[in-house]
Design a protein around this ligand. Sequence first.
Ligand SMILES: C[S@@+](CC[C@H](N)C(=O)[O-])C[C@H]1O[C@@H](n2cnc3c(N)ncnc32)[C@H](O)[C@@H]1O
Length: 314
Amino acid sequence: MALTQAQAQAQAQTGQTQPAIGYAFPSPAQKIESNRLDVQHRLLVLTANDQLHRAPLDPTSVRNALDIATGTGIWATEFAREFPAANTVGFDITSHPQHSAADIPSNCTFEVADMRNDATWSGEPDANAAWTMPKSVPYDYVHGRMLMAVVQDWPKLMARCYEKMAPGAWIEFQDLNLPMSTPDPECTAESSPMFTWAMLFHETFLKIGYDFGAAAQHAQRLRDAGFVDVQEFDGKWTVAGPVPDSDRERQMHEMAVSVVIDGVAGFTRKAFKEVLGWTDEQVDEVVAAVQHESRNGKYRIIANFKYVFGRKPL
Ligand SMILES: C[S@@+](CC[C@H](N)C(=O)[O-])C[C@H]1O[C@@H](n2cnc3c(N)ncnc32)[C@H](O)[C@@H]1O
């Protein structure tokens, strides 16, 4: 199949390493995205059996915690409340009004920094970095969540974290793990717009170096980076299909549907236009079909998640 001009341009620019469009999602500071991230946060906590983390943290030994690409900062804020003896730092390329809200606990701070910038990790003050991680602070827990459209080089990120961590410290990534799945044999790419969209979405981001199935390799990559005691916890969201009976499942289903409905246009538009050469009208059509199926679809469709954690050796 011939490449569109936009595809060819994107591929030429990437050379499979440099992103053509970089981070393609909406800014966390936009109201609808900010609200969506907070609902997504609540749902990720519910999915993890009401926990902010799956790593077996000892509250007495976590003195410094780091949240990479913190978004609205809601995870870091709640972690700081749960671990009052720890200093928690969240950083993001975008600042968010919530980072300076009056109710942020005093042991939680937020910084603006680009995780792709070497200087951010260098430990040396640098004119090219808004913030650099202080050399004197070894982190006891490093957390990164929903970074599928942010990280291209996972081994590099894991190696950087390893350097900044104390012996015995834990690291944890919580990410979506495409492809979607279904228990319903009749749900296929032909019969389900959401299934078709999810496959195309996965392929499109792979073309520009972002793997929405990267979480499947997190455990091995953590081991390769030198971490030990690596474990995985699998989570599932029902993003379409019959409404469950139990209150908890029903609440989670409603939240998952709202995360899809509020997010799908923002996830899709830029990448499908720039990489696939789609028009706004084509994007609108697929977005509307996915939103409709999420709310009204007859097939049960599951979005899979992995919470993967490991420890730096003592
Ligand atoms: C999908 S959001 C996840 C936010 C948060 N981790 C959560 O789970 O709620 C991705 C975040 O990555 C941030 N981001 C994107 N590129 C970044 C970069 N190069 N350095 C730091 N943060 C970045 C975005 O601003 C956004 O807040």
